[in-house]
Ligand binder design. Structure first.
Ligand SMILES: Nc1ncnc2c1ncn2[C@@H]1O[C@H](COP(=O)(O)OP(=O)(O)OP(=O)(O)O)[C@@H](O)[C@H]1O
Ligand SMILES: [Mg+2]
Length: 201
């Protein structure tokens, strides 16, 4: 099952003189310590790898400076700015092109065969006119069309719940998505299927 938030601790530090963020997975009390350590270390490595591969695919993600398997932490570039969620809340429809950029980034990811896993407007940081993606811990490195459909469906639901008065936000994201994802029609068919499945179960 997907495990949600509140288990990562993010703190600021400097790495070789640069502003950095350390993301560490805190142990879960109810899991066996050995299982916990191996799960945390696997997810940390998954996240570090996706941050790097997404960046190679042209998506703006923080540079990974270091990984430390001992405490399952990643040290990465600190991205200045505020979340796309807060940006939409304060700018309203002026944030439409930023939503398109978010969709373009997800399309680039999918074109390169990966998913984000938790595509929300809280996991996107706006810096100037650019959108950066963070928080790849649930991402899939070798994703199929079904996984991509789930990713888009998650984005749709996240936007509907975070921005109930901004239906244009998801529409803008899908315009961007279609520009960078060649197989977008197949994925959108999957999304339709997932939506109707969700309705009847
Ligand atoms: N590279 C970064 N630069 C700037 N801020 C960051 C960066 N990474 C994380 N943050 C801040 O820390 C918050 C939490 O980080 P993140 O979204 O990666 O973890 P999470 O949602 O707590 O964890 P997870 O879903 O992996 O359990 C972000 O919403 C953001 O405000
Ligand atoms: Mg997050």
């Amino acid at each position: 099952m997907r495990e949600r938030g509140a288990e990562a601790v993010v703190s600021r530090e400097t790495y070789m003189g640069r502003d950095a963020v350390r993301k560490r997975r805190v142990p879960k009390g109810y899991r066996h310590p050995d299982l916990d350590a191996s799960l945390n270390s696997r997810r940390m490595r998954n996240e570090a790898r996706l941050l790097r591969d997404a960046r190679s695919a042209g998506v703006r993600t923080p540079i990974v400076y270091d990984v430390d398997p001992r405490d399952a932490s990643i040290v990465m570039e600190a991205i200045p700015g505020r979340s796309l969620k807060k940006t939409i809340d304060s700018m309203g429809r002026d944030a439409e092109s930023l939503c398109e950029s978010l969709g373009e980034s997800i399309g680039l990811l999918h074109s390169a065969g990966m998913t984000h896993g938790d595509p929300t407007t809280s996991n996107a940081i706006v810096n100037g006119a650019s959108v950066w993606l963070i928080d790849f811990s649930m991402g899939i490195p070798a994703a199929g069309i079904e996984d991509m459909g789930v990713d888009v469906h998650l984005l749709e639901r996240a936007m509907a719940s975070a921005h109930p008065d901004a239906p244009w936000a998801f529409e803008a994201a899908m315009r961007g998505y279609g520009r960078t994802m060649a197989d977008s029609a197949k994925v959108i068919d999957k999304v339709t299927e997932i939506r109707s499945r969700a309705r009847y179960t």
